[in-house]
Design a protein. Sequence first.
Length: 162
Amino acid sequence: MTIRPGRVVAVVGPGDDASDEVCSLARQVGRLLAGRGAVVVTGGLGGVMAAAAQGARDGGGLVIGLLPGADRGSGNEHLTVAIPTGLGQARNAVIVRAADGLVAVGGGWGTLSEVALARRAALPVVWLWGWQVRDADGGLVEVLGAESPEDAVAQLAAALRW
């Protein structure tokens, strides 16, 4: 069987300290992306990463986890493919470069680094329940803000013309 995804989308957000509400949003985002035929890429661990993976798998999608360590078994149970990178937090750059666009759900320092890397790579970013980031001149950094999982996926699809 040949899989021809419409898009590869990274879903990023806080790990094990993510709230139940944020995880619920991430699960919905994952399911909606799978419904559109996207391959979902995450950091492969807990919190938002596991919730998005669960949603995508429940929606019949393919989920790739790019793990920070060298142990394939450290990935969450919802991954289709777990890839140990041994890169620690540096894997954030690989997650971003593997994707056509990014949906951030919630926020933390690792999430902020992924958003920054995605913007530097000129990828569209939609942030659901995230931070507002300003540039050196005080202007808002171009990150699309979403009100709901449906809005997040619709905005990313529009940005990607998908």
